[in-house]
Design a protein around this ligand. Sequence first.
Ligand SMILES: Nc1ncnc2c1ncn2[C@@H]1O[C@H](COP(=O)(O)OP(=O)(O)O)[C@@H](O)[C@H]1O
Ligand SMILES: [Mg+2]
Length: 313
Amino acid sequence: MLDINNLTIELMGTANPFIILRDVSLSLKNGEILGIAGESGSGKTILAKSILNLIKKPVVKTGGSINLDGAELSSEKDFRAIRGSKISMIFQNPTASLNPVFTIGSQLIETIRIHQPKMSVQEAKDRAVELLTEVEIPHPEERLNTYPHQLSGGMNQRVMIALALSSNPEILIADEATTALDVTIQAQIVALLKKLNKEKNLSIIFITHDLSLLAQVADESFIMYAGEIMERLTSDQLRNDDMRHPYTKNLQSCVPKIGDNREYLNTITGTITFNNAEFDNACVFHPRCDRATDKCKTSKPPFSNGFTCWYPY
Ligand SMILES: Nc1ncnc2c1ncn2[C@@H]1O[C@H](COP(=O)(O)OP(=O)(O)O)[C@@H](O)[C@H]1O
Ligand SMILES: [Mg+2]
């Protein structure tokens, strides 16, 4: 239903533009949970934002296309028609995303009435209770009168999900939506997203830096590095550690133990490479790769058989 073809996004304004996303292609099928993982700075948020045309100069789309149900989204008008309606998004810090001075109820009712202006306040209130029930918030009617600071981060993320669902979206993009939460709450939110996926046939793009989460949640996952797709994995491949790309192998070996909240890539030596024209004819991961040869410095591996590497495992 959502097809991204050869998307390239650059940071303009310098002689040698920094490539934030290079030639990214992926598709989300109806009813699927698609995972995207990669360390900080790999372009996950820019990818999510570009699906909704939320990128701004000097970050510019310089190639590729985004297509929804077979039709290309190109003008801002196209994107405005789907943003926050057909496609909704939730982010990392729910408490900061909610307005502290309004109750949960008034924020929900206002958003519901933006999508359905003909609804009366009472109808919107009933709908708000229904949405809070859907996201499994206990005592939903009482919760309408509470303020975001009175709720935990996990509860506020449920409220954000309720807000995102208020337009009956077909696609939900969750960008690090569980990252700020502790492990138990994280598992509950993941379970909720899986329930919504099954019961409402909601398609989900689940973005995380945590590979172990993807094994639990995603039907199919894409591993990104420095703005490029390194590997595509099914949930079975992820669960069975059946990965071919050296970068994914590295990520897998760096997955933290339960309770360890640090970004897990600290143990791969070196820092993320800035992708630019230097890598037009080279593998972008080669400076950090222990399998790299001269070929990797002079010839860019194509994405083929699910990975982008000359010397896969
Ligand atoms: N507005 C911006 N201006 C300049 N660089 C940006 C901007 N937004 C993102 N970037 C750069 O683009 C890269 C990808 O960022 P991002 O998508 O936020 O990564 P991730 O979500 O994977 O951590 C990073 O190197 C980041 O510094
Ligand atoms: Mg991000």
